[in-house]
Design a protein around this ligand. Sequence first.
Ligand code: EPZ
Length: 430
Amino acid sequence: MEKFVINGGTPLTGEVTISGAKNAALAIIPAAILSRDVCRIENLPVSISDVSFMMKTLRHIGAGVKLIDKNTIEIDSRHVNSYVISHDMTKHLRASYYFIGALLGRFGRARVAMPGGCYLGPRPIDQHIKGFEALGANVTIDDSAIVDTSANKLTGSPVYLDVVSVGATVNIMLAASRAEGLTVIENAAKEPHIVDLANFLNSMGADVRGAGTDVIKIRGVENLHGCTYSIIPDQIEAGTFMVAAAATRGDVLIKNVIPKHMDSITTKLIECGATVEEFDEAVRVTMDSRPKKCNIKTMPHPGFPTDMHPQFAVLLSLAEGTSIISESIWSNRFRYTEQLARMGADINVDGQLAMIHGVDHLKGAPVKADDLRAGAAVVIAGLAASGRTEIEDILHIDRGYENVVEKFGNLGADIRRVYCVEPFNIGDVG
Ligand code: EPZ
């Protein structure tokens, strides 16, 4: 088993380069199988485990995956020969369900087991199914939780999303790209990774317009060809480093970013008293005093992202006064609060609200990563706290943050990945 050991209290200073966006990569990788050609994908966070599982799944259905360099792969979809993906492939990550839309677009058929991923509360897929059925697919979910979708022919159609859903928007875009006629997604998600997927599909010869607004129009095409495409930087990884710089009262230049993608995070950091300088492809965050309190409501993009809620809660735990975070996306986003409490944070959760009473300082403690962004939060807390913090269950963090120890270490953090023997359990004696 591995864990992180952090000796906190050192302000982060220096420069860090952000990796390609995980959530863009997870939508774009399945999209490559819509063509019977070779796609080259650059600026990919190849070493995060979610991407590794995606590449394993591609090979599982017959695609060729070649590692060109540490952040570039080539996907050869000419020999994709199966539309079936079993649970042992899908259990690792939520985004495995994007293969439903991609396989439906490729073969008119997909049998994909329900996905795994971070437990953030119920994660229904009713809007995905609504989209597939609007395109003419017959969808059944059998008692072994296999989503079976089949269509004689996919036909473009209007789809109104009852909930703004990133996943449903992605899945419908994938299936509609090869459907006959026009699909109009209304109340679509507007995240940067939706725009990135649209740009990737269009570079393959698709006809997707309006991504980034709440109405996306996709005119299906007969065939898609290969392409070379570079993924956008990860705005949530960037935001995580921005908050870490502020929480440790440091001075950090965060490079390879699109500042516009972090507007809501920047606005809130400035409200808390940080200085944020924006450059063409970088932001610089400095904080030289105790943070001020502020209130946050998580919303779909361009609102404040739910994926930055736990990280920002660490900064607010150190602020003067009481802050409130209202979580509107996930019912189980508050698992991080139990771990921060072990480090001296004073947070009361009431329904979908976290009341955060600022404390002077946090102290190091043994904690764990309950999910990906809760893990990012305890890393930031350990860096800001005095003393030693040990973080277990770091596999959650490795799912979405590339080279996290090196990146924080290069900013002056005392952080190590240590391998510890599994605690011996007499019951293990076989
Ligand atoms: C994506 O999850 C991201 N994951 C999540 O990031 C992120 O938190 C979320 O979008 C919101 O931005 C990936 O991109 C791989 P949704 P997704 O469908 O697509 C409800 C991370 O940390 N809903 O936008 O699963 C749903 O319950 C991860 O990187 C339905 O009701 O989220 C939620 O309340 C965690 N029916 C809301 O919509 C549906 O069919 C938004 O969910 C689908 C969703």
